[in-house]
Design a protein around this ligand. Structure first.
Ligand code: PAF
Length: 280
């Protein structure tokens, strides 16, 4: 696997691949790779001539300094995993490579998407995500961008950013990979204590409960029950909500036909976990 650390070398490399006409699959990550990331690499490999993965803990998307400082960094293990998965290129830039002095980004007009759920509870987060993904896409110029469904709202935000910026890569969203007990795989899971790790599965259980309870009419009582259940189990809940799976508009009264996504964000001590179920 080729490891490239500068934007200059990456651009030279990508230019050569473009000349030959190779298709490029791109998996952007913040490292601390797990089976969810590796499944994106595998999917990219099966559909593209070349797979590029980036590992960059993006400071502009952390609205909480402590969360940034404590973000797990496991680069040696990440390199081993990427090599074992057959990834072709790892882009491993420094902060100065991604954000050199003088670089400017637009204000991304994300509208409603930035005012609800993650947008509401993590102000500025999505502007930071848009900046880094915009920059990475301009360097990697992928044929297909691979994202995980666990970050459901992020997928919608990135698609919106690509529309705003006229970026034409295809976007492949891959289903969430779970631990045996149902907990969604996440780099942040490594920060959970043994007891918290056992508790964490309650998020999956709550999503399962909310799915079972979904019926036409008011959904607010079920949302409240879900929040109360998580709170009673030691979580600090940001939201446990039903939304329109296409627009992410929050739904408190369901007409029985609008496609639904159920989304939860909750803290165990200082570790913030998110998960969702998309209902067919
Ligand atoms: O989902 C992530 O890991 C990050 O938000 C991303 C897309 C790599 C941007 O930093």
């Amino acid at each position: 696997m080729l490891i490239i650390k500068t934007t200059g070398l990456l651009s030279d490399f990508i230019e050569k691949q473009e000349e030959i006409g190779l298709s490029i699959g791109f998996v952007p990550t913040m490292g601390a790779l797990h089976a969810g990331h590796i499944s994106l690499i595998t999917q990219s490999k099966s559909a593209n001539d070349l797979t590029v993965c980036s590992v960059f803990v993006n400071p502009t998307q952390f609205n909480n300094k402590d969360d940034f400082n404590k973000y797990p960094i496991t680069i040696e293990a990440d390199i081993d995993k990427l090599e074992a998965a057959g990834c072709d290129v790892l882009f491993l830039p420094s902060v100065d490579e991604i954000y050199p002095p003088g670089i400017e980004f637009p204000l991304y007009e994300l509208g409603y998407l930035e005012t609800i759920l993650e947008g509401k509870y993590r102000p500025g987060h999505y502007q930071g995500v848009c900046k880094v993904v915009d920059r990475l896409l301009s360097l990697v110029k992928p044929t297909i961008l691979y994202l995980g469904q666990k970050d459901y709202q992020q997928c919608m935000v990135i698609k919106k950013m690509m529309e705003l910026r006229n970026i034409h890569a295809a976007v492949h969203i891959s289903e969430t990979i779970r631990e045996k007990d149902g907990l969604a795989m996440s780099s942040r899971n490594t920060r959970l204590s043994k007891a918290e790790r056992e508790q964490a599965v309650k998020i999956y259980e709550t999503l399962t409960f909310m799915k079972a309870e979904l019926k036409k009419g008011s959904l607010t009582e079920t949302e409240q029950k879900a929040t109360d259940f998580l709170t009673a189990n030691g979580f600090k809940v940001d939201y446990a909500s039903y939304a329109n799976a296409n627009t992410l508009e929050l739904i408190s009264n369901w007409n029985g036909t609008t496609p639904i996504v159920i989304l939860i964000a909750a803290y165990l001590d200082e570790v913030r976990l998110i998960d969702n179920f998309v209902l067919n």
